[in-house]
Design a protein around this ligand. Sequence first.
Ligand code: DX5
Ligand code: ZN
Length: 221
Amino acid sequence: MRKTITIAPSILSADFRNLERQIKLVERGDADWIHLDVMDGHFVPNLTFGPMIVKAIRRLTNLPLDTHLMISNPEMYIEDFQRAGSDRLIVHIETCVHLHRTIQRIKKLGMSTGVTLNPSTPAVSLKEILPYIDLVLVMTVNPGFGGQQFIRSMIKKIREVSEMISKVNPKIYLEVDGGVEESNAAELVRAGATVLVAGHSIFSKKNIPQAIRRLRTAAFR
Ligand code: DX5
Ligand code: ZN
């Protein structure tokens, strides 16, 4: 049987003049989750949005909100994002001194947990936290901006993380984020990715639902 793949459009590249319409188009394309990129201008050199916009998006859709926190001290905002309606909080391993504690607090509030790694952070740094989380996100660009070029050497890291996951807890999602498009989707899935985040390659297209369906088809080519 063909393995299923989860598609999570990143609204970072959406047209914010009419988010409601953009989200309806994503739903029409049968996207599985919506990926929300929260940036603080400190951990990454860009600013986006916080819980207020997450709350507004929560009112527009029932799709799971996959919330990627590119912020320093993420533990300060866990309750805010839970109240805003995030289904999952993904924290950067580089921002968490007490990662295990942060993960426990996210879980305790009923949210799903994810840990992500910058391109220069090695896969082995996940070893101790893997038994406690629901998702690993391998960044395939340096976080901060949409529309960047995919870093090819990350394929090897995806393979490595995939092997670690299959040994510890095969139920963990392996998500990839940055420069994902039709031309590399199949290679990413073969390396072990089970969730594809895509911003530019979906929202830059005229037909957004079709772009999502094409990405899903391309993942198995
Ligand atoms: C990058 C963000 C990504 C970004 C991906 O810092 O974490 O989620 O939106 O965008 P694309 O698919 O355009 O590379
Ligand atoms: Zn992201």
